[in-house]
Design a protein around this ligand. Sequence first.
Ligand SMILES: Nc1ncnc2c1ncn2[C@@H]1O[C@H](COP(=O)(O)OP(=O)(O)OP(=O)(O)O)[C@@H](O)[C@H]1O
Ligand SMILES: [Mg+2]
Length: 233
Amino acid sequence: MANSLTIAGIHAAYGAVRVIEDVSLKINGGETVVLLGTNGNGKTTLMKCIMGMVRPSEGTIVAEIDGIHHDNLGIALVPEGRRLFPMLTVEENLLLGAYRAAARAELVRNLAVCFETFPRLAERRHQLAGSLSGGEQQMLALGRALMLAPKILLVDEPSVGLAPILVSRTIDAISEMKRRYALTVLMAEQNFNQAIRIADRGYVIVHGKIAFEGRSAEELNNNDLIKKFYLGL
Ligand SMILES: Nc1ncnc2c1ncn2[C@@H]1O[C@H](COP(=O)(O)OP(=O)(O)OP(=O)(O)O)[C@@H](O)[C@H]1O
Ligand SMILES: [Mg+2]
């Protein structure tokens, strides 16, 4: 699998406020990598840089998809807070996920993929997104990302606002999506114990800098920053 993401020395700011400072990270094909960081440390900004929604002032971001270099083609983001259209139906939200021309050509097939992956969405295809439960809304946000038939999936804090049982179901759904569609995954999370269930390895971002790189789940588990910020030890 040659679907990797390489971020090298990026800096990003909102006006005079510097948010990302010299961040380098690599996600190899088929890996699930977790980006850990407490509130306001730059997780979402980094994801926006990868998606081209925030332009870094320095550095490079290269996605390699099937051996070809791209900017952000083939990458789908499941945004923080889901960002659904509450007054549109489940199906309409999914269709809007296929916003790239290439994805529109595969609309029918990808919709079937979403419904197969999340049967609950098929049952509720005509229900308004705003009336779904929190867990169902997160499934819809994940399904909407599948409408781009991505190779690399970015998931920004999928556990936010969900009850513990729904958090573990959502994390399982991400792992299942990754397995089924051979995705490469970068997931921002604050729920360490849940993220670590599916992550191969990860990074801790503090004040916009990579403060620690854990090369395995075990290295993350044993790290002092993790113990302090996430495990209350
Ligand atoms: N559009 C913006 N304009 C100005 N400052 C911003 C903007 N978006 C984010 N910031 C600031 O950038 C910093 C990093 O924010 P970011 O959303 O990337 O953090 P985060 O790690 O995703 O936090 P959270 O866990 O709360 O989602 C914060 O100090 C935030 O206030
Ligand atoms: Mg965020």
